[in-house]
Design a protein around this ligand. Structure first.
Ligand SMILES: Cc1cc2nc3c(=O)[nH]c(=O)nc-3n(C[C@H](O)[C@H](O)[C@H](O)COP(=O)(O)OP(=O)(O)OC[C@H]3O[C@@H](n4cnc5c(N)ncnc54)[C@H](O)[C@@H]3O)c2cc1C
Length: 459
C-alpha cells in the first residue's frame, strides 16, 4: 500500500463510487475493505443454485434517477424492468385470492399511499402513527399492506421509523433486475480500483493534519478519509475514533439503525412449478403487520428457484435460530399456501440463506431513521474537520437511503468534499505565510503598540 491522498474505508457501493470519483479527479486513493470481495451488501452467489442469486441488493430502484442504471448499461449488462412481468399471487387462509379480493388488496395499497402522502408528519411521529392518524388500519388488507411497507420493504416495523424520513425515502418504479446480479455489477465497477482486501480498519486517528488508519494491515495515513461502513457497524464501536466523533455525529449514527431482510433461495426438485409464472410474487394475507411471514418471487428469469424474503423482527429471530430453522420456516410458509405440494416441488437441501444480521461487517440490511430523527442522515453526511473525515453510505442519502443508488451518490459526494479539502489545503500551502510583523499590520492597524520584531518580504 503506497503513499495516498485519500483512504476509503469499505468497498461497497459508496466506497467504489468514492474511489472512482477520486481517481477521475486525479487523486490517489487506497480502499481498505474488511471482506475478501467488493460489493458490501450487494453480493451475487452464482454457484449454489446454478443461477445468479443476489443475497443482498436485488433491484435498481427508482431507475430513472439511479446512477447505477447507466453504469450497468455502459458495461453491457442487461437490465430487466420487473414491473413488466410482475404478477401478484396472494393467498388468504390457504386459498388463492380471486379477482375481487385482489382488487380490494390493490385498492388498499392505493389508499395507504394517498392517505399518508396527504398528511404532513408531526415532529417525532412514527410512520405507524402517521398511518393511524390518516385513518388507515382495521381493513381486511390493511395489515398486509403495512407488513409489506414496514418489515418487507423497509426491513423494520413502521412504528420504529420516522414518518418524515419514511415519506422522503419512498422509492418509485421502475425497478430493474440484473440477470447477472447486482453483486456482479459492483464487482465489475470495482475491478480496476486499488482495494486492499481483508483490511479491517480498527482505529482512525483524525486528531492531526493527516488521518491515520490502523488495523492488522498496519498503519496508513492520508490527507482525508472517507468512511463508508454501515451505521450498525459504527454504532457497535468496530472502529475507534481519536478524538471521539462529535456528539451530533455519534447521535446520528445511533439514530440510523439497520433493519433486517433475509433472503432465501430454494430450488425446484422436479418439473412442478406450482402453477406460477416466472416472476410471480407469492404473498399471503396477514392479520398483524409484525406477523412472521415470507413473501417470494417465483422462478426469476425462468430459473428453477424461488427467491424468498423475510423482514423485520421475524428476520432477526430467524437469524438467531440459524439457516436450517430459516429454511424450515420457509417451507412452513409455502405449505400454508401450497400444502404438501410445496414439499414435493422444492428441495430443502442446497438452499441459500443470507446472513446480514450476524455478519460483523454489516450487522443488518439497511437503515431507517428513528422517530423524530429524520435529520440524522444530513448530519452524518456533513464532512468533519474541513473534509479530512467524511462519512458516506446508504444511510447518508436524503431520498435514496437504503439503496445502492443512494450509497453510490453519497460516495461521489464525499469524494467531492475530500477533493475540495485537499485543493484548499494545497492552495493554503502555496500562499506566502504571513510573518508575525505582517500579520500584526493586517490584524491590528489601529493600535499604537509597536509591531512585533521580525522582517517581512515587503521590506
Ligand atoms: C437483503 C438485502 C436486500 C436489499 N435489497 C436492495 C435492493 O433491492 N435494491 C437496493 O438498491 N438496495 C438494496 N439493499 C440495500 C443495499 O444493499 C445497500 O443500501 C447498499 O449496498 C449499501 O452500500 P454501502 O456502500 O452504503 O454499504 P456496504 O455495501 O455495506 O459497504 C460497506 C463496506 O464496508 C466494509 N467494512 C465494514 N466494516 C469495515 C471495517 N472495519 N474496515 C474495513 N471495511 C469495513 C464492508 O465489508 C462493506 O464492504 C438490500 C440490502 C440487503 C441486505
Amino acid at each position: 500500500m503506497s503513499e495516498t491522498d485519500v483512504l476509503v474505508v469499505g468497498a461497497g457501493a459508496a466506497g467504489i463510487a468514492a474511489a472512482r470519483a477520486l481517481l477521475k479527479a486525479g487523486l490517489r486513493c487506497q480502499v481498505l475493505e474488511a471482506r475478501s470481495r467488493p460489493g458490501g451488501r450487494a453480493a451475487t452467489d452464482t454457484a449454489t443454485l446454478g443461477a445468479p442469486f443476489d443475497l443482498g441488493a436485488t433491484w435498481l430502484h427508482a431507475a430513472n434517477r439511479n446512477p447505477l442504471r447507466l453504469l450497468a448499461q455502459s458495461l453491457g449488462m442487461a437490465t430487466f424492468d420487473h414491473g413488466s412481468a410482475r404478477e401478484s399471487v396472494c393467498f388468504d387462509a390457504g386459498r388463492r385470492a380471486g379477482p375481487e379480493d385482489m382488487a380490494a388488496y390493490d385498492a388498499t395499497w392505493e389508499t395507504f399511499h394517498t392517505r399518508l402522502g396527504a398528511l404532513v408528519p408531526l415532529p417525532g411521529e412514527s410512520a405507524a402513527a402517521l398511518a393511524a392518524r390518516s385513518g388507515f388500519g382495521g381493513g381486511r388488507w390493511d395489515a398486509t399492506v403495512m407488513h409489506w411497507e414496514g418489515p418487507v420493504i423497509c426491513a423494520a416495523p413502521l412504528a420504529e421509523m420516522d414518518a418524515r424520513d419514511y415519506l422522503d425515502t419512498l422509492l418509485e418504479a421502475p425497478d430493474l433486475l440484473l440477470p447477472e446480479g447486482t453483486g456482479t455489477l459492483l464487482a465489475r465497477l470495482a475491478a480496476e480500483l486499488p482495494v486492499s482486501y481483508g483490511a479491517v480498519v480498527e482505529r482512525l486517528d483524525w486528531s492531526g493534519p493527516r488521518v491515520v488508519a490502523e488495523g492488522r494491515f498496519g498503519r496508513l495515513e492520508a490527507a482525508s478519509t472517507i468512511v463508508t461502513v454501515p451505521t450498525a457497524v459504527l454504532a457497535a464501536g468496530a472502529i475507534r475514533f481519536t478524538p471521539e466523533l462529535p456528539p451530533e455525529t455519534a447521535q446520528a449514527i445511533h439514530d440510523l439503525p439497520l433493519g433486517l431482510l433475509t433472503k432465501i433461495g430454494l430450488r425446484a426438485r422436479g418439473a412442478d412449478r406450482l402453477d406460477l409464472a416466472p416472476f410471480a410474487g407469492i404473498e399471503r394475507r396477514v392479520e398483524r403487520e409484525e406477523e412472521a411471514a415470507m413473501t417470494a418471487i417465483a422462478w426469476p428469469f425462468g430459473h428453477d428457484h424461488l427467491m424468498g424474503f423475510v423482514g423485520g423482527p421475524a428476520a432477526w429471530d430467524l437469524a438467531k435460530a440459524g439457516p436450517a430453522a430459516t429454511v424450515a420456516f420457509a417451507f412452513e410458509e409455502l405449505s400454508k399456501n401450497f400444502g404438501a405440494r410445496a414439499m414435493a416441488a422444492l428441495r430443502r437441501e442446497g438452499a441459500l440463506v443470507s446472513d446480514w444480521g450476524r455478519d460483523p461487517f454489516s450487522r443488518g440490511a439497511y437503515s431507517h431513521a428513528r422517530p423524530g430523527r429524520a435529520a440524522a442522515r444530513g448530519i452524518l453526511a456533513a464532512p468533519l474537520a474541513e473534509g479530512r473525515l467524511c462519512f458516506a453510505g446508504e444511510a447518508c442519502h436524503p431520498s435514496l437511503a437504503a439503496t445502492l443508488g443512494g450509497a453510490w451518490e453519497t460516495g461521489e459526494a464525499a469524494a467531492a468534499h475530500a477533493a475540495r479539502a485537499l485543493r484548499d489545503r494545497e492552495r493554503d500551502k502555496e500562499r506566502q505565510p504571513l510573518t508575525p510583523a505582517l500579520a500584526w499590520r493586517y490584524a491590528a492597524p489601529a493600535t499604537d503598540a509597536p509591531p512585533p520584531t521580525g522582517t517581512t518580504d515587503e521590506g
